[in-house]
Design a protein around this ligand. Structure first.
Ligand SMILES: NC(=O)c1ccc[n+]([C@@H]2O[C@H](COP(=O)([O-])OP(=O)(O)OC[C@H]3O[C@@H](n4cnc5c(N)ncnc54)[C@H](OP(=O)(O)O)[C@@H]3O)[C@@H](O)[C@H]2O)c1
Length: 315
């Protein structure tokens, strides 16, 4: 019997990496999983161990720990968390930290001679916004959590890498911007995506798609794989939520500037992101062919399927 090959998963306690850990364990196929976390002894680390993963300590800010964690693996999934809290005295921006972490991971993977890297990345929005001075800069970028990832693609270029371009998590429609009840008692889904189709995906399907990429191996090395589970307008997301909740949800398009002016810490960045999703919708959604994603991940869920599955087994 061929021994199983190990995939190291950065962000294993989080959404994307967690999705990949579950996918590998559920699949029970050709791969085993090494889950990387800064805190193996945490409840999440212990749960991964209990579920059957090898859990090892690694910190993207500590390159030596990455050398140890990547040692001997066949493949590695790398995701950086732009949103992780940044100490006020850090002396760098979140984007600079994300770039430094991606560079450290790429250097460690080069030293350890990994055979396949899947780098979780996103589009660079700066080309789209080049002529639009009305869209404010954030940390010298337009949408730093997109643009810094795209910029970091270059760090992985010398490696056997597949660039996995993700998109908005379906989970946001439940956790971050769920339908809200107004004074009139009615539910609205208020988002700045105009009338444009928006690509979304369940985090479990990011994991399963990444597993599909590892399973294809060399055929996808050097390639960009752009994924989504569904492509719906605001009305489409609202209609699916209406059916799941059993009461009407109305989509309300929010002007980009009004969204940016809300004053919460990431309002400008998120407003810019939604403006990019809306204005670049034709290209962004055309790059995500759901039939091709389903070839990689036959269990790919539409938004309605994800909502229904969630109701069957709530987290
Ligand atoms: N939300 C969306 O819709 C969306 C869509 C596309 C892309 N993204 C991108 O997804 C990224 C975050 O991924 P996620 O949502 O899967 O993560 P998450 O659920 O927020 O969890 C963060 C993960 O990052 C790990 N981590 C943080 N700092 C680390 C460090 N210094 N060294 C090693 N591991 C570290 C954490 O591990 P430990 O704490 O266990 O060490 C944890 O597993 C962001 O960069 C965001 O831009 C988000």
């Amino acid at each position: 019997m061929t021994p199983k090959r190990t995939i190291a998963v950065v962000g294993a306690t989080g959404s994307q990496g967690g999705g990949l850990v579950r996918a590998i364990l559920d699949d029970g196929g050709e791969f085993t999983v090494r889950a990387l976390t800064r805190n193996p002894g945490s409840p999440k680390g212990a749960a991964l161990s209990e579920a059957g993963a090898e859990v090892v300590a690694a910190d993207l800010d500590d390159e030596a720990s990455l050398d140890r964690a990547f040692d001997g693996v066949h493949g590695a999934f790398v995701v950086t968390n732009y949103w992780a809290p940044l100490a006020p005295d850090a002396g760098i921006s979140r984007a600079e930290r994300e770039l430094a972490q991606a560079a450290a991971a790429a250097r460690a993977l080069e030293r350890t001679g990994v055979e396949h890297v899947v780098w979780s990345t996103l589009e660079d929005t700066r080309g789209h916004f080049a002529d639009d001075a009305a869209v404010p800069d954030v940390e010298g970028y337009k949408v730093p959590h997109f643009d810094a990832k795209a910029e970091a693609d270059a760090f992985f270029a010398g490696l056997p890498v597949t660039y996995l371009r993700t998109t908005l998590f379906f989970e946001n429609f439940v956790d971050s911007f769920p339908p809200r009840r107004g004074d009139d008692g009615a539910l609205t889904l208020a988002l700045p995506i105009a009338d444009q189709p928006l690509a979304g995906i369940a985090v479990d399907d990011i994991g399963r798609s990444a597993l599909g990429v590892f399973a294809r191996g060399d055929a996808l090395v050097g390639k960009t794989v752009s994924i989504a589970g569904d492509i719906l307008t605001g009305d489409g997301y609202a209609a699916a939520l209406s059916d799941a909740l059993g009461e009407p949800v109305t989509y309300v398009p929010v002007p980009f500037d009004r969204f940016r002016a809300q004053g919460f810490p990431s309002a400008v960045e998120m407003g810019n992101m939604f403006q990019y999703y809306a204005e670049n919708s034709a290209q962004f959604t055309a790059d995500r062919d759901l039939d091709r994603v389903r070839e990689l991940n036959p269990r790919l869920q539409s938004f309605r399927e994800w909502l229904a599955n969630r109701q069957k087994s709530p987290a």
